[in-house]
Write a protein that binds this ligand. Structure first.
Ligand code: PRP
Ligand code: URA
Length: 211
């Protein structure tokens, strides 16, 4: 069976900033700024395959045909709440994208995702979607979010995170073999509470200063 691709993004700027994000002494303000910056850098990678077309323009010297992006309709879907931390950083590079939201939290006992919100652009069927969430741990939240989106029939879906666990990568690839994963890090494993080791802790709590 065909399996999705995992794009491991090892750019030094991203790796450096990710280390600062992981550091427990990085407070919410700096954490938010760094997540925003890394999201912008990841957007650069995830849009690498956008098709181009020739457009005629006139430089101060002469007329000519030059590359422009070929009218691609993109949607960004943050998984609430922590996915919101990556949204503005991605919109900086793709400002015309529409935004859908999926609200999910992970039940701390069962580790299963619980849905509380879903609102998608109406023209989903003609949009290439980028689903964003800093953490791919068990993969339950990402997989459930993508299920909701697929019920509404998007054209294509990519998943972007900051840190993945091998368990989450395996589950997402198994349950959604058509969804490529973009991540700067695949960490060692999950601990008994489903947290990524070494990871960065609880992404939502670190973004918003909650506990
Ligand atoms: C975190 C994270 C992912 C999920 C990953 O969200 O942002 O959505 O856990 O874990 P999984 O891969 O095992 O499902 P959380 O449930 O803590 O909710 P929050 O974003 O509202 O804090
Ligand atoms: N959710 C988080 O925020 N962090 C983890 O390590 C795992 C799930």
């Amino acid at each position: 069976m065909p399996v999705s691709e995992v794009h491991l993004i090892e750019h030094p700027l991203i790796q450096h900033k990710l280390t600062l994000i992981r550091d427990k002494d990085t407070g919410p303000k700096e954490f938010r700024e760094l997540v925003d910056e890394v999201a912008t850098l990841l957007a650069y990678e995830v849009t690498r395959d956008l098709p181009l077309e020739k457009t005629e323009i006139e430089t101060p010297i002469m007329k000519g045909e030059f590359d422009t992006i070929a009218g691609k309709k993109i949607g960004i879907v943050p998984i609430l709440r922590a996915g919101l931390g990556m949204l503005d950083g991605i919109l900086k590079l793709i400002p015309a994208a529409k935004v859908g939201h999926v609200g999910l939290y992970r039940d701390p006992d069962t580790l299963e995702p619980v849905e509380y919100y879903c609102k998608m652009p109406t023209d989903l069927w003609e949009r290439d979607l980028i689903v964003i969430d800093p953490m791919l741990a068990t993969g339950g939240s990402a997989s459930a979010a993508i299920n909701f989106i697929k019920e509404r029939k998007a054209k294509s879906i990519k998943f972007v995170c900051l840190i993945a666990a091998p368990e989450g990568v395996e589950r997402l690839q198994k349950e959604h073999p058509d969804v490529d994963i973009y991540t700067p890090a695949i960490d060692e494993k999950l601990n008994d509470h489903g947290y990524i080791i070494p990871g960065l802790g609880d992404a939502g709590d670190r973004l918003y200063g909650t506990k």
